[in-house]
Design a protein around this ligand. Structure first.
Ligand code: FE2
Length: 275
């Protein structure tokens, strides 16, 4: 498909960014954009450069899949090699999921932005509803997947690693406060993921208004959430996320996902949102 360029008269970066924020607002996902940048940084040592609630700069937005000068979404690279999470997540699934499925969300979101811009320039206003829904779906899919890659990490010490185990620090304290224990949280989260009807996600959400964590389900990419809550961690339970390796055994895939959760990164995200 053809991508817009900076000279494309249909792309107004400032307007496109407003649309992006509006499209992602339902998931509280703009908070993700301001916090994900740090998740890709080394998990041991240096604090992230982007404070919790400040708007992300151009470099950070590019890192999470937004090209500010062009006013379009971009596919960020995986934060680790495609085989880094073997055997929990196999290389073939990772490549297909990132290179094809995630890219399709990026392309779909950009098309929606372009079509809405054309409407503003005199196009058929009756299509606003259709392309608004397209933007909601595809932009949410883009954010969900960007978060998803960063929710996982290979095991072991060192930059970009630390997957598996259990959360520590303030996140561990908040999980114990809001769910009773990590074991109760994990059991709740896994069952929520397995029980998603059709295609969707299970989320660990944080709501700043209540300073509280929630586990909830999402359907498709954007349906069912708690308004204003920000996803800290989520597992993709669309069949494209697991069918090559796990076939219909979604529960086995969810168990495997829990062995590669990037708890240091999730903990950093929580502290930036709640601090
Ligand atoms: Fe997916």
């Amino acid at each position: 498909m053809t991508h817009s360029t900076p000279s494309d008269p249909h792309v107004d970066p400032s307007v496109s960014r407003r649309e992006m924020v509006a499209a992602l607002g339902g998931l509280g996902a703009f908070g993700v954009l301001t916090t994900l940048a740090g998740a890709a940084q080394p998990q041991t040592g240096v604090a992230p450069a982007v404070p919790g609630r400040n708007p992300a700069g151009a470099a950070e937005l590019a890192q999470v899949g937004w090209d500010a000068p062009k006013g379009e979404f971009t596919l960020p690279p995986l934060p680790y090699p495609a085989d880094a999470l073997e055997p929990a997540i196999d290389k073939a699934t990772m490549e297909l999921h990132h290179d094809k499925h995630h890219k399709a969300y990026v392309d779909g979101a950009n098309k929606a932005l372009r079509e809405l811009a054309k409407i503003r320039d005199g196009g058929d206003a009756a299509l606003i509803k259709f392309f608004s829904r397209e933007l909601n779906f595809h932009a949410s899919g883009h954010v969900n997947h960007t978060l998803f890659w960063n929710c996982m990490a290979p095991a072991g010490p060192g930059p970009g690693r630390g997957g598996g185990g259990e959360p520590a620090g303030k996140l561990a304290e908040a999980i114990a406060r809001d769910f009773g224990s990590y074991a109760k949280f994990a059991d709740h989260f896994k069952k929520a993921a397995v029980q998603v009807e059709g295609s969707g996600w299970a989320w660990l959400l944080y709501h700043p208004a209540f300073n509280k964590l929630f586990v909830t389900q999402g359907e498709k990419q954007q349906d069912m959430t708690i308004q204003g809550a920000t996803p800290l961690m989520g597992v993709d339970v669309w069949e494209h996320a697991y069918y090559l390796k796990y076939q219909n055994k979604r529960a086995d895939y969810v168990e495997a996902f829990m062995t590669v959760v990037n708890w240091p990164g999730v903990g950093q995200r929580f502290e930036r949102m709640s601090g």
